[in-house]
Design a protein around this ligand. Sequence first.
Ligand SMILES: [Cu+2]
Length: 220
Amino acid sequence: MKTFTLLLAAASAASAHYTLPTINSAPAWSAVRQAKNWQDNGFVGDVTSSDIRCNQLSAGNETVAVAAGANVKVAVNPNAYHPGPFQSYLAKVPDGQDVNKWDPTGAVWFRIYAEQPKFGSQLSWLSAANYDIKIPACIAPGKYLMRNEHIALHVAQSSGGAQFYLSCAQIEVTGGGSKAPTNLVAFPGAYKASDPGILINVNYPVPTSYVNPGPATFTC
Ligand SMILES: [Cu+2]
């Protein structure tokens, strides 16, 4: 048992990245679809892979209710310590579809949050263990998938070097309005390996601007 514990510790030290296992403190991988990296904390590196959609291993079995206009607390375990932006997207589950089973293919995603760094002698990012993401107040009530990602840019100076840590949560939006989301994109499809926010040297020369990959962020 002791040897087993030591081996586990060594394995996690060798690949100590992170997962996004829960929202609003729900049990891990219940309202968040279990991601393929749930044990090894690994990343998705190929933006053309279907894993860039949800990196999904197995279905969710819960939904977290959120009022439109309120925040969702997205946990990263451990914190998102690599430099890079946090981003969130929503996709509405079509009427008649099971939120646990719906596969969000095609241009169904709209972005609701894109983190910008602070600029200076180096880029500085939130690198947080929790991100409070506001659900737009104007969107229609109903079930949505919420795709949360952290893009690690520490070795992004070569193509394929950016590391995507992501998962898809299942939420039910209450209240809200009737504004139709705009700037819908597909995953894969929304990103290219050559996007300036993905293929970038964040260390030298230190950038003075940052272009988030993906569509324009939807606003009410
Ligand atoms: Cu890492």
